[in-house]
Design a protein around this ligand. Structure first.
Ligand SMILES: Cc1ncc(COP(=O)(O)O)c(C=O)c1O
Length: 422
């Protein structure tokens, strides 16, 4: 089966565009809203991915006929319960884990919060020591900061190098007898930098410290070995499943303190009626995304590298951010020195190219990325960074068109500078 064509169709997508009527100039305020065919080049797969057909098909019965509450004991409830059980079995099998090790949540933020807060708070006495790093996603960063500022925990924030890698000696030396938890992401959402989880796991195991990892960006893009961690956070919409659905892998036998209160769902670890359709879609997407994953990785890496080669030729002052040898195959983070991220994102958007200045959660406030600043990049580089992230639908034609768009932007930027200096 051709998996790219299976779910995602062509690069041309129908979008509702605000298009000027032919008789009006671009500057007219009045515009007609009409549906038209526009060429959108989506290079923001780390923000979210489109739903694959397999997920959509798996979800539909639970949005229609099988709408029951999985906690109900009647036939409608039992049908919904069967879907939850089936999804749990599938996900566990894919991860070589046990079904009871999967806790369904409302997405990655909740999974990370449950992993960090639930494990840290679990020990009998309040307070203690936690280790994390400043380049984590805010789902972990802010949970750890909450423990630090409001619950009497002491936190060691590890440094990352200029290329975004952790210093393993610093990690080993930071662990103390009272350390309760280490939380280190497997792959960074902004730079794609991959941390050496095997070594990190060994350091934590040798010292008897729990390890949580935010695996959100890595699943489907890297081989994941959950036996290396005690807890791992996942989100369906990063691997072609639905939004608002995720899970926490929690090693068998580990106690965790719930962060919400209500019913006894998920073995008393996460209350609330399960998102049945979402969970069914997530399991189907997980199976789908792991199919042909190696070949897809190579294909995306090639496209990503071709894109960088074109960018380098066009823009005089650019740099790639993140360790090129330890990076997700789909991610390219580039600083276009002298052009701030917001201006570049708008220029790209006008050209029909969707990219990001970093974490989607920061959209609306294009600030310098905390990840790039943690890597010690000068403000100028951090403020001019753009993240391009490729996915299953990305084609060579799209990459060539996106590079052409950047070439036009570079030309316009140069002309504007010359005009300003004249
Ligand atoms: C690495 C990482 N962790 C956590 C999250 C939070 O995901 P969500 O907003 O789906 O809860 C994201 C989303 O961008 C992410 O990239």
């Amino acid at each position: 089966m051709n998996f790219r064509n299976d779910c995602l169709g062509s690069a041309r997508v129908r979008v509702l565009a605000m298009a000027p009527s032919p008789s009006r100039t671009f500057f007219h305020h009045e515009r007609e809203q009409k549906e038209e065919e526009v060429l959108m080049i989506y290079l923001d797969y780390n923000a979210t991915t489109p739903l694959c057909d397999a997920a959509r098909e798996a979800m539909l019965p639970y949005l229609n006929r099988h709408f029951g509450n999985p906690s109900s004991i009647h036939a409608a409830g039992r049908a919904a319960r069967a879907a939850i059980d089936d999804a749990r079995d599938k996900l566990a099998a894919l991860l070589h884990a046990k079904p009871g090790e999967i806790i369904f949540t409302g997405g990655a933020t909740e999974s990370c919060n449950l992993g960090v807060l639930g494990l840290a708070r679990c020990a009998s006495s309040r307070g203690g020591h936690i280790i994390s790093n400043k380049a984590e996603h805010h789902a972990v960063l802010n949970a750890v900061e909450h423990l630090e500022n409001r619950e009497g925990f002491e936190v060691t924030w590890l440094n990352v190098s200029k290329t975004g890698m952790l210093d393993l000696d610093q990690l080993a030396n930071s662990i103390r007898p009272e350390t309760k938890l280490v939380s280190i992401m497997t792959a960074n959402n902004e730079t794609g930098v991959i941390q050496p989880m095997r070594e990190i796991s060994q350091i934590c195991r040798d010292r008897g410290v729990l390890l949580h990892s935010d695996v959100v960006q890595a699943f489907g893009k890297l081989d994941i070995d959950v036996s290396l961690v005690d807890a791992g956070s996942f989100a369906a919409h990063k691997f072609y499943g639905p939004k608002g659905t995720g899970f926490l892998f929690l090693r068998s036998g580990l106690p965790i303190e719930p962060i919400m209160f209500g019913g006894a769902h998920e073995n008393q670890r996460r209350p609330g009626t399960e998102n049945v359709a979402g969970v069914a879609g997530m399991a189907a997407a997980a199976e789908w995304v792991l199919h042909d994953a190696d070949a897809e990785r190579q294909r995306q890496a090639q496209l990503r590298n071709d894109f960088w080669t074109r960018i380098e030729k066009v823009f005089a002052d650019t740099q790639q951010n993140g360790d090129p040898a330890h990076r997700l195959a789909n991610t390219l983070n580039v600083s276009f020195i002298g052009v701030d991220s917001e201006t570049m994102l708008m220029a790209l958007d006008l050209e029909g190219v969707c990219a990001s200045s970093g974490s989607a959660c920061m959209v609306g406030s294009v600030r310098a990325s905390h990840v790039l600043l943690a890597m010690g990049l000068p403000m100028e580089s951090a403020r001019s960074a753009i993240r391009f992230s490729l996915g299953r639908r990305t084609t060579a034609e799209e990459i060539a068109n996106a590079a052409d768009a950047l070439e036009r932007i570079a030309k316009r930027t140069k002309e504007a500078r010359e005009y300003a200096l004249a």
